[in-house]
Every structure is written in structure tokens, then in C-alpha cells.
Ligand binder design. Structure first.
Ligand SMILES: [Zn+2]
Length: 227
């Protein structure tokens, strides 16, 4: 079978259509910028689920008329207006009602309380521990005992609140080298952190964590935060 390379790369492209594409792209790009300015949003570093849905809905309406001869620009602007109107409407109701907002955007969630992981089923299934450890390291955190609370915000960011240096306690290390010393066997007496819930206890024998019933341990570390 002969593959049609010409069709794949060029199809009906000629000089006048190429010029039309330039014009369509500039126009649509300008409309996208106007729409985003009108949405009232300041930046897009972190998007909530609701805002990601808006972006997906806009994507095809914004992009297709750039290169598709068959598509006129006004219908796609109509899509813009509808989405923008809907977005403004929903944000208006979110501002009015906390309940509506939490249905739309989800709720912030505690991940660490009092130097230990919170134990709740919804986090266990959706939450990737290694990703969270990486996040902690990027904030200069060496172990969970430095953290008073960590809250997963609805935009996916994590807010950390710290213990003051005097109150830092031994905790579960999040650095790869000490964390990789985890094991079911405890050979030397000392503070050990449960790898599942981060509870620290002084132990000299293997066994289950009395808080979460898991039985994997790692020697706890007790460093204070620097900087
Ligand atoms: Zn535990």
C-alpha cells in the first residue's frame, strides 16, 4: 500500500490558505487573550479542577478555526461567550455559597496533623506518597516531625505550617537515603517512625504500629529546619 505523504503534510495548503491561517491564528489568539482577561483570573500557575474543565472546553473552540477552512470565526466566538458567561455565573455562586464552592472545587484536606499523616480512606487511594515526599523536600523539609500541619489545597498546592525549632520532634525521614533503611525488623533500640502514618515510638522490637496497624519502620531523625 502506498502511503499518501502529500496528503499527510500538505493536503490543500496553498499560498492563499497559508495566508488565511496566519490571519485566523492571530484573530483567534487575540480573542483567547481577551476572553482570559475577561474571566477575571490573574494567572494560571495552579488551576482547580473546575478551571481545567473550562480550558478543555475552550481548547477546540479556540484552536479549530485557526487552521480549519470549514470553520467560521463567529460560531467559535459564540462558544467563548457561553463558556465565559457560565464561568462567571458559577464563580458568582461560589462566592455566595461555601457549600456550592466545595461541590465545584473540592475541599482543602489535611495531610499532616501534629507531625503525623492523617489516616483517612479518601487520601489513601488518591494520594501518591513519593510525590508528596518530593514536594516536602523541595520545601527544604527533612522529616515529618518538622511539620505541624500540611494541607492539600483545592488547586493541588500543599501549604505547610511548621513547628518552631524547640518543638520539632523525631520524625519520619523524607530523604531517600534514610527512608530506604525502612524494614520490618528492628535491630537497635531507638526512635522509629511508622512508614505508613509517621507515628514515632521508641522501640526495640518489631511489631505493629499502635496507631495504624502497619508494621514497617524506619529510624526517626531529629533535625531542625535550616533557613
Ligand atoms: Zn502507623
Amino acid at each position: 500500500m502506498k502511503f499518501d505523504w502529500y496528503n499527510l503534510f500538505l493536503k490543500d495548503l496553498d499560498l492563499s490558505f497559508a495566508f488565511e491561517i496566519v490571519l485566523r491564528t492571530l484573530l483567534m489568539f487575540a480573542f483567547i487573550l481577551i476572553l482570559l482577561r475577561l474571566s477575571g483570573k490573574k494567572g494560571v500557575r495552579q488551576l482547580s479542577i473546575f478551571e481545567v474543565a473550562i480550558i478543555i472546553a475552550l481548547g477546540s473552540a479556540a484552536g479549530d478555526p485557526m487552521f480549519n477552512k470549514e470553520m467560521a470565526i463567529i460560531p467559535s466566538l459564540l462558544v467563548f461567550v457561553v463558556i465565559l458567561g457560565f464561568y462567571r455565573l458559577l464563580t458568582y455562586f461560589s462566592a455566595k455559597s461555601e457549600r456550592f464552592e466545595s461541590i465545584l472545587e473540592g475541599d482543602p484536606m489535611y495531610i499532616i496533623e501534629d507531625g503525623m499523616f492523617t489516616i483517612q480512606e479518601e487520601t489513601d487511594n488518591t494520594f501518591a506518597k513519593d510525590e508528596f515526599f518530593a514536594e516536602m523536600r523541595s520545601r527544604g523539609i527533612e522529616h515529618v516531625g518538622q511539620v505541624r500541619s500540611a494541607i492539600l489545597e483545592t488547586n493541588g498546592q500543599v501549604s505547610f505550617l511548621f513547628f518552631s525549632d524547640e518543638k520539632v520532634r523525631p520524625g519520619l525521614p523524607v530523604l531517600p537515603k534514610p527512608y530506604n533503611k525502612r524494614s520490618r525488623l528492628i535491630e537497635k533500640e531507638g526512635d522509629h517512625a511508622c512508614t505508613f502514618c509517621a507515628k514515632v515510638s521508641n522501640r526495640n522490637h518489631s511489631g505493629k504500629c499502635d496507631r495504624c496497624q502497619h508494621d514497617e519502620w524506619v529510624p526517626a531523625i531529629h533535625t531542625t529546619r535550616i533557613g
